[in-house]
Ligand binder design. Structure first.
Ligand code: DGY
Length: 310
């Protein structure tokens, strides 16, 4: 019998399949994730680890878990896992691609629209009784239809965002690591910029002060990728200076932001709590895929969604 440590309660019923296959399953029951120490202690005798993007899986943890054969990361991004270090110790790593593509693309578009049309601010004005009457010049936002969207990243979520943009008659520019529109040109021409790159040493702070300066003053920056792709301090400065018109962020650095973080009081910023994949069906599908990978790894089979070091 193998031991699987699952670092959070997961939606859907698929964790039961681990038990049905005869494995012992230890689930971290708290709403808050385990600390690094708690993770190391609970995973110490585990053969498989089913973890989330808030768990850091690096050499220290891997060395503390000598039996580990599989790390199934609950998410498509796996910047929290040192895949090279895992593979070097004979441990396979998987993620949960595809099933969250549409949910994340929907959220990117929802953020784009919400920021363009100032939905949070205007809804709050209504709620607080600040809306007196309809005004020709009141609550003006930005057009979306017929404008230009810059998508940064070559992956499936970027493709899905491009499909949604087609329905809004947007011109789509695309920057990928292999080509497309060069990033400086994309930033200079886009009315909306949506980020869909993994967080790697190459993409950390990709959107820095220089990149922000290239953007149009009417531009809105959307991030559903990873917070570290944007230089947070530079973004705060750009929002205060009016270098760009706004930012709509599902992910931030740090994450979560403390309530008194200056990004939250910057003008025209909309921050939601990393909900890109947060639909009932998507999160259940992610559980199913992560469990499939654990079962495969414990059976000695290749992981269906194995990932390689970036
Ligand atoms: C992922 O899968 O990487 C997402 O960020 C989780 O919603």
């Amino acid at each position: 019998m193998s031991l699987v440590f699952v670092t959070r309660r997961l939606p859907g019923g698929d964790v039961e399949r681990l038990r049905a296959a005869g494995h012992q399953v230890d689930v971290w029951e708290d709403a808050a994730p385990p600390s690094a120490e708690a993770l190391a202690s609970r995973a110490r005798d585990a053969d498989a680890l089913l973890c989330t993007l808030v768990d850091t899986v690096g050499p220290t943890l891997l060395d503390a878990c000598p039996r580990l054969r599989v790390v199934a990361n609950y998410g498509v991004g796996y910047d929290n896992v040192d895949v090279a270090a895992a593979n070097a110790r004979g441990i396979s790593v998987s993620n949960t691609p595809d099933v969250l593509t549409d949910a994340t693309a929907d959220l990117a578009f929802a953020l784009l629209l919400a920021a363009a049309r100032r939905l949070p601010q205007t809804a709050e004005d209504v709620k607080q009784g600040r809306w007196g009457t309809w005004e020709p010049g009141g609550f003006l936002g930005h057009d979306v239809a017929g404008t230009t969207l810059g998508i940064v990243g070559a992956g499936r979520i970027g493709d899905a965002v491009a499909r949604r943009a087609a329905g809004f008659d947007m011109e789509v520019l695309r920057t990928t690591s292999r080509g497309g529109t060069p990033l400086p040109e994309l930033l200079e021409r886009s009315d909306y910029v949506s980020l869909h790159v993994p967080l790697t040493p190459q993409t950390r702070n990709l959107i820095d002060a220089d990149a922000l300066k290239r953007m149009k003053p009417n531009a809105i920056l959307v991030n559903t990728a990873r917070g570290g792709v944007i230089d947070t301090d530079a973004l705060i400065e750009a929002l205060h200076a009016g270098t760009i018109a706004g930012a709509a962020l599902d992910v931030t650095e740090p994450e979560p932001l403390p309530a008194d973080h200056p990004l939250l009081s910057a003008p025209n910023v909309l921050v939601v709590p990393h909900i890109g994949s947060a639909t009932t069906r998507t999160r259940a599908r992610m559980t199913e895929i992560a469990v499939d990978n654990v079962l495969a790894g414990l059976a000695g089979d290749p992981l269906p969604q194995a990932v390689s070091p970036r």
